[in-house]
Design a protein around this ligand. Structure first.
Ligand code: 8X3
Length: 244
């Protein structure tokens, strides 16, 4: 066994693809998510060396119980959510609070829970799932993008706290990845969600899993700080100008 990998948001999308790839590569897994049935299905599919913890990353106590004192070698902070795509003044307060709780507080809870053990063993790797939305602004991306900008800056700052230790921190920032992301963002509106990926070729969850494996599989002295990954068919497109 190559080590123990804990993955949050493991029941679907990038989390599930990462679980499958790392399992294939001989890592033991601790799969964390809110949906017990889907986690259990994935666990049954993978069979050996897989444990699950049904935990909401917002629940600080439950996170501690699941992660503290575990010899986790790699934490993939993948749990994250986008809700809505409206101008901020019309945003649902519960929606933006939930994004802050999951994308920021949840990520902090998990990182804070695993680090003491990593520091004690002088070994570890924190993978933080960011987004291109943390790098560029787009209409309706207000709070979601800001949470991902937080992830980017937190990852950089954490590197300084851990400097001198054999603990790596990586921020992966993908563009469009075809998962349940848009279906969740548009609250089950299948047509709107499908429209995001229609006629183009978005990234697949497996593409991001491969990128994570590259970062983790590099020798310990190589820290990939920031990896931005876009679909070939998607590029950032400058400024918007309002004209009277
Ligand atoms: C997902 C990328 O561009 O849909 O984080 O915000 S985007």
């Amino acid at each position: 066994m190559k080590g123990l990998v804990a993955i949050t948001g493991a029941s679907a999308g990038i989390g599930a693809a990462t679980a499958k790839l790392f399992h294939q590569q001989g890592y033991a897994l601790l799969l964390i998510g809110r949906r017990a049935d889907r986690l259990q299905d994935l666990c049954n599919e993978l069979q050996n060396d897989v444990k699950i913890a049904v935990v909401d990353v917002n629940d600080r106590k439950a996170v501690l119980e699941a992660l503290q004192n575990q010899p986790i070698d790699v934490l993939v902070n993948n749990a994250g959510i986008a809700l809505g795509l409206e101008s901020f003044e019309t945003y649902d307060v519960d929606d933006f609070n939930q994004m802050i709780q999951t994308n920021i507080q949840g990520l902090l809870h998990c990182t804070h829970a695993v680090l003491p053990n990593m520091i004690e063993r002088n070994k570890g790797h924190i993978i933080n799932m960011g987004s291109i939305a943390g790098e560029v602004a787009y209409a309706g991306g207000n709070v979601y993008g800001a949470t991902k900008a937080f992830v980017k800056q937190f990852s950089r700052n954490l590197r300084i706290d851990l400097l001198g230790k054999k603990i790596r921190v990586t921020n992966i920032a993908p563009g469009a990845v075809e998962t349940e992301f848009s279906l969740v963002r548009f609250k089950g509106d299948v047509e709107r969600a499908n429209g995001v990926y229609a006629g183009t070729k978005a990234l697949r969850a497996e593409d991001i899993a491969n990128a994570i494996l590259y970062c983790v599989g590099s020798p310990w002295h190589v820290n990939v700080d920031y990896m931005e990954i876009m679909p070939t068919y998607q590029a950032c497109n400058g400024f918007k100008t309002y004209r009277e």
